[in-house]
Design a protein around this ligand. Structure first.
Ligand code: ATP
Ligand code: MG
Length: 259
């Protein structure tokens, strides 16, 4: 691990990069995951590197879906496993959802390493796609889902998912909850709820909301949250957030301050 001073302006970003590089060294994260992370970082710059009110509202709706699901499931890939293993385990226990290891660049060896990594963080229910079926309309290894997991689920939390798979999951009738810093990606457009925010920030927020709403006496509140949500409007608001941020910067007087 590289030692980074907390005063460094990119402290958080450097810590996340370090976790992913470490994930690559351990064989749980694929090199392509580093590139995907870089694309996310670029959008985080545009958003302002903090959770917007709009993202918090979508996160709350995602939590409401997970709390009211019949068979929720959390999908884990190599970046997700490297960035938020402890948070995944905590959420999995809170809502009674198994973790399904679902890789874009799939290999038996990497699945086993991720499984062990999650167990080291206390995970108890892990599905690995050993018994799998293929989602229609997708070629290659990416089509595989565990027949006891994602296949049977009604609500799938798929942080950092690929566009093809998100679209296929949605078409198969599932509620797809995505986390993606890029509000223009196919995943963002295909999901039922798109949280346009950075994954580590989102996981903290999801856990906080889920804890608070778990005890909500009135389950009706969760249903209202779900029914009032409009993902197209959520994405449009994400575009306006970026637009007005750049507009304000481009019109500002004096020295530029982007923080
Ligand atoms: P799509 O397949 O949905 O069109 P893509 O091909 O551009 O998107 P992928 O490589 O399939 O992207 O998936 C990576 C996505 O995850 C990117 O859109 C990126 O913005 C996002 N991303 C990467 N790291 C993070 C992170 N830490 N938090 C939130 N989003 C992230
Ligand atoms: Mg993609």
């Amino acid at each position: 691990m590289v030692t980074v001073s907390k005063d460094h302006p990119r402290y958080n970003s450097l810590i996340l990069r370090d976790k992913l590089v470490d994930g690559c060294k351990k064989g749980i994260t694929n090199f392509h995951g580093l590139i995907a992370h870089g694309r996310g970082e670029a959008f985080d710059y545009l958003i302002g590197e903090s959770s917007t009110t709009n993202a918090l509202a979508a996160t709350e709706v995602a939590s409401a879906y997970m709390l009211t699901a019949q068979r929720p499931i959390l999908s884990v890939n190599g970046n997700v496993a490297a960035l938020v293993p402890a948070e995944l385990v905590e959420l999995s226990e809170m809502i009674g959802a198994p973790l399904e290891i679902n890789l874009y660049h799939r290999s038996r060896q990497r699945i086993e390493k991720i499984e062990q990594h999650l167990r080291d963080f206390g995970a108890r229910r892990i599905l690995t796609g050993r018994d799998y079926v293929r989602l229609p309309e997708i070629a290659s290894e990416r089509a595989k889902v565990d027949e006891r997991g994602i296949l049977l689920s009604d609500v799938v939390f798929v942080p950092l998912e690929d566009g093809d798979r998100s679209e296929a999951l949605k078409k198969s009738g599932k509620t797809v909850l995505a986390v993606d810093l890029n509000p223009l990606s196919r995943t963002a457009l295909a999901a039922s709820v798109t949280v346009v925010d950075e994954l580590t920030r989102t996981m903290g927020n999801v856990i906080e909301f889920t804890k608070r709403m778990q005890n909500a006496e009135d389950k009706e509140v969760l249903e209202v949250l779900k029914s009032k949500f409009d993902n197209v409007q959520n994405l449009k608001t994400s575009y306006s957030i970026i637009l007005s941020r750049l507009q304000n910067l481009s019109e500002s007087d004096g020295p530029l301050n982007i923080t």
